[in-house]
Design a protein. Structure first.
Lengths: 480, 629
């Protein structure tokens, strides 16, 4: 065996190194009774953040296109870009986790949090770079199972435990279906290599069933309607930081993988998957928006918002062009900054004042003007108001779908942006206009939270001006 | 030429510094920051011009068009995109020099003129913003970038006209300027979109552009619509109504924006699109000439009877921009020797006019500073009190009247020559309007510096010469006005880019000098004396005409009637009713039903995981059925 092949996996190896270092550090320096030391976390946030930053920086320049282990693993520049985007997202999540990690309940489990999160990230890496459905499935499960542990991280809190149970049960079911789909696919074609499959796929009924099962398995991760019902409960119950991670990183990875599977493997069934996507997109965007309108709990509201955003992301897939792929990656990038910004604010507000409903945000501008302003920027970007980056990402993804000939779909999506504007602005209105008898008391956030907010806000503002980012992604996407 | 980016960045930086930090700065500091950055910009602009025009010409005798920066900002398709960049060619480099020089003079002048005003820092911040926008407009690499900066220029003009926002007239004037130009810009935008759609690019076309297919038919329409935008900014009849009112702004602002730079943006736009006009839309180009001709005449006749000195200058500006438009419009070919002379003449006049008109406005500012009034009745006999202002003003008046050797003579002569080449009728009409120009300018001159002195007012408050910060720009601009005519302008800018030797057509020149001298003598005869029997008699004799002209031929009233009575009353009110009751009602109903739907489906989310999985499975099966059936 040629061991030099391992070098092709440099992104995964570097991430594994980070995981191992953190794991060892956790074992050596963090004894089980660490919480007796006044609850002070021994493993400071700076270590995982710095390690992850180094990892991101050394892998940020995409390598050449390569294959390893007989085609089980393959990597192209565009996949490296997506991996970098995901690790930046994880980095921001680590920053915002700092405050939560200082709580006495979680301080002694700090190491576990980093370990579990990075394991899911590793799973996503493998999933993205898979060249074979087995590799893909292992990656998917590696990304899924630690996630359930993360959702139930505050296990003594009833909501968190319940959310964990719901997540793992639904995940099991969807994995079952997906695996069933894979076996049907293998049965009809005799291979699970991505490269060989298109030649054997002809759209026979058995393959349609296989495809839909596979699609539903990924649809669960992206939380598309009708595979979305777990989302609201899990998002609400899970710790805010984990929710942020779920809604951005996990979703972004799954969306990209779905797209590359559809483009690469199911090319002969393009009409079929476009039909499926057409209805799923309409259902996701519209239903999620309708559900979001009347939500009182802000995390639940953001859960439905993330379902409808997933629908928008799928617009890039249905376009079926390189432009669509570029638009999708760009959309995920911008969505990452905006959504993480919102969740950072939600997390810090929840930690400082234990408040979760939209009504609780009444008068936030009077007590915490800066944070209210940053939240407003992020919400504007999510709603797609110019000049924030969210406008451009929506514009590009609509343009891609429109050029693909999906005029009606773009129209429906446009009407839905109006609906979404309503619930995003509801939060803004609460902060700026509504008066409150007991507003959230003024507080100072810690430096890590500030750093997370600054990075996100810079992302929202700068990426709107620097369309060269879009062009860079575009150049690699055309090579796909 | 990479440093040219600084020409845009420095004023922007100064705007941000003054705009954000002005509150904590002293007036002196703010003025120094603004003026220094503008000084640097001016040096850079002159350096750019020097390097650009001394560089060797290309093989076909033109200067190379340089694009040091071009940044693809918003791509729509492979070819169609909005870019942001810097384009250097003879006219943009010429404009850089004009804008930065006049702007620097205005910056220096304002230190004295605006001394002690409330909002001094804000004033300098806006001046920087304006300068940045105007520079960005002229160096635009494509029509869309031009449009963006065009709007920015409009905004900064709005902000500066309304600088004295406690005065209701200033607020009304700023709104009027914004709305009228914005209205015209709608035409510009539609023109741009048509242009982009049919040519597949927002870029400019150079000499000998090749268009194909529908573009050939649609580009004239696009150019016509763009000209509407240009006519709005350049105050062409009937969109000129905002410019006289814009005089409510501080006088240095009028000098910079409403005399030298922004108002010639329309001329610049036509010059920028000139290759397309000549190649594909000569008829539209001639329309430009007729609009310009009528505007020049109309504004000149109104200027003859105004009593507010800034209004006289405003109408004279409108009239002179009309001259530039006519000069562009009478071109019939791109060869400067045969039918393309007007292009060079127009750019030349733009250059000289910017200098002497800024001088006139700054002089007027100096006078207003001294007597605290805009009305000619408060002046008279000021030559004794303000010698520098007097002499520089006289030089500018001679220049605009077209008396050699001042700069206006040379450029105006080229315009007239171009007009005579096009058609003798147009040529004679333009000569007559040039005569009117000389007449009303000297009416103004004598009214201010000679004539009856308002002793009562002056005894109360003796007028005095302005401080050096104000008189230096006057002297500088006067010096430029004296020598600018001898610049071999045709070597730098001509319709096809090749060098062109300006040679005076002495028959045209002699006629125009004779007409100008006659008009000046007439004005001297009527207005120089202490008593003005002829003027009064004429005013009585032609009372109707005089009153009509004084009220600008009631054009503002016509607009008022059309907008308020017809549009607001007959169109807007019914629409507003419809909007409030039918449209709002529909949307309220939609919002209500969305909310109701949201309420009713909330129960579907039960929290039971069995049900979730059930829906999941059903959804999967439904999708399978969808594909199989």
């Amino acid at each position: 065996m040629d061991y030099s092949q391992f070098l092709i996996l440099k992104e995964e190896l570097s991430l594994i190194a980070v995981i191992v270092i953190l794991f060892v550090a956790d074992l050596l320096f963090l004894s089980p009774d660490a919480h007796k030391h006044g609850g002070k976390p021994v493993l400071n946030t700076i270590i995982p953040v710095a390690l992850l930053l180094i990892h991101t920086l050394i892998t940020i320049v995409p390598g050449p296109e390569a294959e390893a282990f007989g085609g089980m693993y393959q990597n192209a520049p565009v996949q490296s870009i997506v991996k970098s985007i995901l690790s930046v997202g994880t980095l921001i999540v680590f920053l915002m986790a700092h405050e939560w990690m200082k709580l006495p309940d979680t301080a002694h489990k700090q190491g576990e949090f980093y370990f579990l999160t990075l394991c899911t990230l590793l799973g996503m890496y493998f999933m993205i770079s898979a060249g074979h459905f087995l590799m893909f499935f292992i990656g998917l499960e590696t990304a899924s199972i630690p996630m359930a542990a993360l959702v139930a991280f505050d296990k003594y809190r009833h909501h968190s435990a319940e959310a964990g149970a719901k997540y793992i049960l639904t995940a099991l079911f969807s994995s079952g279906l997906l695996l069933y789909g894979l076996s049907l696919l293998y049965g009809t074609t005799g291979t699970l290599y991505f490269a060989d499959l298109p030649a054997h796929i002809d759209g026979s009924p058995m393959q349609i069933v296989a495809f839909v099962f596979l699609f539903s398995g990924l649809g669960f991760k992206i939380s598309l309607v009708p595979f979305h019902l777990w989302t609201a409960d899990v998002y609400q119950g899970a710790p805010s930081t984990v929710t942020a991670y779920l809604s951005v990183v996990s979703k972004g990875a799954a969306a990209f993988v779905l797209m590359s599977l559809l483009y690469k493997v199911f090319t002969p069934m393009v009409d079929d998957w476009q039909t499926v996507l057409y209805w799923v997109i309409i259902a996701s965007i519209t239903l999620a928006n309708l559900f979001a309108l009347r939500q009182e709990n802000i995390k639940r509201l953001m859960a439905f918002s993330s379902i409808s955003q997933a629908g928008y992301i799928m617009l890039g897939v249905i376009a079926g062009t390189a432009q669509g792929m570029t638009a999708l990656i760009y959309y995920v990038l911008i969505y990452l900054f905006a959504n993480l910004s919102v969740f950072t604010v939600i997390t810090i507000v929840a930690l400082r004042s234990h408040k979760f409903t939209v009504e609780d945000y009444n008068g936030l501008y009077n007590t915490n003007p800066k944070i209210a302003f940053l939240l407003t920027l992020a919400l504007f970007s999510l709603a797609g108001i110019p000049p924030f980056a969210g406008f451009f990402s929506k514009f590009f993804i609509f343009a891609a779908a429109f050029e693909g000939g999906w005029h009606m779909l773009v129209f429906i999506a446009l009407v839905n942006t109006v609906l979404s504007l309503y619930y995003y602005l509801r939060i803004v209105k609460a902060m700026y206009i509504c008066k409150s008898d007991e507003p959230i008391a003024p507080f100072r956030s810690d430096n890590y939270t500030r750093a997370a907010l600054i990075i996100c806000t810079l992302g929202i503002i700068l990426f709107s001006i620097a369309s060269s980012v879009y062009e860079t992604i575009g150049n690699y996407a055309f090579g796909m | 030429m990479e440093y040219t980016i600084l020409i845009l960045l420095l004023p922007l930086l100064s705007f941000l510094t003054l705009g954000l930090g002005g509150k904590w700065m002293s007036h002196r500091m703010a003025g120094l920051i603004g003026t220094t950055s503008l000084g640097a910009v001016t040096v850079l602009s002159w350096l750019t011009a020097g390097l650009y025009f001394t560089a060797p010409r290309l093989a076909d005798g033109t200067f190379e068009t340089l694009i040091p920066y071009n940044f693809r900002w918003l791509p729509f398709t492979e070819t169609l995109s909005i870019d942001m960049g810097i384009l250097l060619d003879p006219i943009s480099v010429m404009m850089l020099v004009v804008i930065s020089t006049v702007s620097l003079m205005v910056h220096i002048y304002s230190m004295g003129y605006m001394k002690g005003e409330r909002g001094f820092q804000r004033y300098y911040a806006f001046l920087s913003l304006f300068t940045m926008s105007m520079l960005g407009l002229v160096v635009a690499t494509n029509i869309f970038q031009m449009y963006l900066f065009w709007e920015l220029v409009g905004v900064s003009s709005y902000l500066l006209i309304g600088f004295y926002y406690t005065k209701p007239e200033a607020v009304a004037a700023s709104k009027k300027a914004f709305i009228v130009t914005r209205f015209a810009d709608l035409g510009f935008l539609i023109g741009i979109l048509i242009y982009g759609y049919y040519t597949g690019t927002y870029g400019f076309f150079g000499e000998g552009a090749e268009l194909t297919g529908m573009a050939v038919k649609m580009v004239p329409l696009a150019l016509g619509l763009m000209f509407i935008g240009g006519a709005g900014k350049s105050a062409m009849f009937p969109l000129h109504i905002w410019l006289p009112d814009a005089m409510e702004g501080p006088t240095p602002v009028s000098a910079l924006i409403h005399a030298a730079t922004m108002v010639v943006a329309g001329v610049y736009l036509v010059a920028r699109m000139f290759p397309l006009f000549i190649g594909y839309a000569p008829d539209v180009l001639h329309m430009v000439a007729y609009v310009g001709l009528f505007t020049a005449f109309y504004a000149a006749s109104v200027a003859c009877v105004q009593s507010d000195i800034k209004r006289v200058l405003a109408f004279s500006t409108i009239s002179q921009i009309g001259f530039m438009m006519v000069a562009l419009g009478v071109c019939t070919a791109s060869d400067p020797h045969h039918g393309g002379l007007g292009y060079m003449a127009s750019m030349f006049h733009l250059f000289t006019h910017a200098m002497f008109k800024a001088l006139l406005f700054l002089g007027a500012g100096s006078i207003i500073h001294a007597v605290h009034s805009n009305e000619m009745s408060a002046m008279g006999g000021l030559r004794k009190y303000m010698p520098i202002t007097h002499w520089t003003f006289l030089i500018a008046c001679l220049a605009i009247a077209g008396i050699p050797p001042f700069s206006g003579f040379f450029s105006k002569d080229e315009i007239l020559a171009a007009c005579f080449q096009f058609s003798p009728v147009v040529g004679w009409m333009m000569t007559a309007i040039a005569g009117m120009t000389a007449f009303y300018m000297f009416r103004l001159y004598f009214g201010i510096f000679w004539g009856t002195e308002n002793k009562e007012l002056h005894a109360h408050h003796t007028p005095h010469e302005s401080p050096l910060s104000m008189s230096f720009p006057l002297m500088f601009l006067a010096a430029v006005t004296c020598v600018a005519g001898f610049i071999p302008f045709g070597h730098f800018t001509s319709s096809n880019g090749t060098a062109y030797d300006i040679h005076l057509d002495w028959t045209v020149a002699a006629t125009s000098i004779a007409v100008a001298v006659a008009a000046i003598l007439l004005a001297t005869y009527i207005y120089k004396g202490e008593k003005q029997p002829v003027a009064d008699a004429m005013q009585r004799r032609f009372k109707g005409l005089w009153t009509a002209a004084y009220h600008r031929f009631y054009l503002d009233e016509v607009y008022q009637f059309v907008t308020h009575k017809i549009i607001f009353g007959c169109v807007s009110r019914p629409i507003a009713w419809f909007d409030r009751h039918v449209v709002d009602g529909t949307f309220d109903f939609l919002a209500w039903s969305a909310n109701a739907a949201s309420d009713s489906i909330r129960g579907l989310q039960s929290g039971r995981v069995q049900q979730y999985v059930f829906v999941f499975l059903l959804g999967t099966l439904a999708l399978i059925l969808l594909l199989l059936l």
